[in-house]
Design a protein around this ligand. Structure first.
Ligand code: ADP
Ligand code: MG
Length: 256
């Protein structure tokens, strides 16, 4: 069983250190959630894993299958079996959800074999249909133009469908922007619940505890001040819902 290992990760934005030594191990086959108050660096972690150029890694590593993921380009991360949400460019006119996913699959096939002719259209259509049935999505959605006036829920639907089609071993999903959208939350939860299994590890970075009413994570991590300060099972999430984050802050500071 492969695992994604984040080790002593330090990340700065514009010279300001945001992540101050994140340690986290995500094995294939498990669903982990990261929670934490606003401004603690959750999205910074997501963007760093996605290779966003504004996020400067000053220390640490992210190892998957013997490679430092941080040294790899986005397509190489995908080849390695890592799915990073928001990998796609936003709002490309005239490109449908299906076309976009097909070109992502073909790009990946071509980076394995430059001679590859791409996934045959019929085979692709069959697979999209079957994944959409599995995910209980309206088949018409595949024909929509990508991000053309998409709601938070529809953006997430495109993301989850892409994930279902690319079949990654590790998926990292950030709730940025859509945290207030209950439809988006449900799309992500249903998708994760449907697709999870022994071959898929999922890291859900969430800004709102209520996603955990829909997803049952194996492990919940709490991030504070740019570090993982507490990990536990789903009871930890319930505890946070009841008592907020203050008790952890006190524990971390050694006051309590
Ligand atoms: P979270 O997702 O946990 O709410 P973020 O990772 O978005 O936290 O932000 C962590 C800190 O980094 C905050 O203090 C925020 O102001 C700062 N930050 C995030 N993105 C940027 C950016 N692009 N430029 C400057 N500061 C940023
Ligand atoms: Mg955020």
């Amino acid at each position: 069983m492969a695992e994604l290992v984040i080790r002593n990760l330090h990340v700065s934005i514009e010279g300001k250190e945001i992540l101050k030594g994140v340690d986290l191990t995500l094995p294939q086959g498990e669903v982990h959630a990261i929670m934490g108050p606003n401004g603690t660096g959750k999205s910074t972690l997501a963007y760093t894993l996605m290779g966003h150029p504004s996020y400067e890694v000053t220390e640490g590593e992210v190892i998957y299958r013997g490679q430092n993921v941080l040294d790899l380009a986005a397509n190489e991360r995908s080849l390695l079996g890592i799915f990073l949400a928001f990998q796609y460019p936003v709002g490309i006119p005239g490109v449908t959800v299906a076309n976009f996913i097909r070109s992502a699959i073909n790009a990946r096939r071509r980076s394995i074999n430059p001679e590859d002719k791409g996934v045959p259209l019929l085979e692709f259509r069959r697979e999209v249909k079957s994944q959409m049935e599995l995910l209980r999505m309206d088949p018409a959605f595949a024909g929509r133009y990508l991000n053309d006036g998409f709601s938070g829920g529809e953006k997430k639907r495109a993301e989850i469908l892409q994930m279902a089609m690319l079949k990654p071993e590790i998926a990292i999903l950030d709730e940025t922007d859509s945290g207030l959208d209950i439809d988006a939350l449900k799309v992500v939860s249903d998708g994760v619940n449907t697709l999870k299994g022994p071959d898929l590890g999922v890291l859900v970075i969430t800004h709102y505890q209520r996603i955990l009413n829909y997803i049952q994570p194996d492990v919940v991590h709490v991030m504070m001040g740019g570090r993982i300060v507490e990990s536990g099972d789903k009871d930890l999430a319930l505890h946070l819902e009841e008592r907020g984050y203050e008790w952890i802050r006190e524990k971390v500071n050694g006051i309590a």
